[in-house]
Design a protein around this ligand. Structure first.
Ligand code: G3P
Length: 217
């Protein structure tokens, strides 16, 4: 399973990259706004900087328009920034048309805002490189987000779809473990969820004891 970091915060991206386990970055307009990135030039420059920090990973850059022609124009501009840019497109009717257009033109896509197996089937039919089910937001609405990951994995395996399942809206380490069990190809996570995977109290207790005993060696 690949690890992406879900943030536009450059310090967090650098920290995850330094760990040596980072395969890519996802952003969205909310995450960009949280970092105070405003204006087209600054947004494009921010994507370029992320690509420089993670030179070998896929970097999702989201279109802001919602009609087919504008999404294509915007996506072409984003894709021209760097070879690793993946154009992130919302799960709407024109979005599906745009994903098909990008697929036919050799540009990678990430279909975002996916909350059902039906939406995931459409994204795969259009040839999306990645499909992003938002599991935390499904949990927030009183359903089981990780169950959707298993359902999509089963459908894609049965049907031979090549679209990769990119589990998004990850809130904690347990989400990551469940997604790994259920067959997600990628988890995109905030830094704290990735770092939480490190933690176990018995590791801390065991290390303290080893270090204490090492003084007697
Ligand atoms: O990648 C999508 C993700 O950023 C949404 O996460 O926490 O806003 O539901 P969240």
């Amino acid at each position: 399973m690949k690890f992406f970091i879900d943030t536009a915060n450059l310090a967090h991206i650098k920290e995850a990259q330094d760990l040596g386990i980072l395969d890519g970055v996802t952003t969205n307009p909310s995450l960009m706004a949280k970092e105070g990135i405003k204006g087209t030039d600054n947004i494009l420059q921010h994507y370029k900087t992320i690509c420089e920090i993670v030179p070998n990973g896929d970097i999702s850059a989201e279109v802001l328009s919602t009609d087919f022609a504008s999404m294509v124009e915007e996506g072409k501009k984003l894709a021209s920034l760097h070879k690793n840019i993946v154009v992130k497109i919302p799960m709407i009717k024109d979005g599906i048309k745009a994903i098909k257009w990008f697929t036919d033109n050799g540009i990678k896509t990430n279909c975002t805002l996916v909350f059902s197996a039906g939406q995931a089937i459409l994204a795969a039919k259009a040839g999306a490189t990645y499909v992003s089910p938002f599991i935390g937001r499904i949990d927030d609405s009183g359903w089981d987000g990780t169950q959707l990951i298993g359902q999509i994995a089963s459908i894609y395996a049965t049907q031979g779809f090549e679209t990769e399942i990119l589990a998004a809206s990850i809130r904690n380490a347990n989400h990551i473990i469940q997604c790994a069990e259920l067959g997600a190809d990628v988890c995109t996570c905030p830094l704290d969820a990735i770092l939480a995977l490190l933690k176990h109290p018995l590791t801390d207790i065991g290390l303290a004891k080893f270090l204490e005993d090492a003084k007697k060696m």
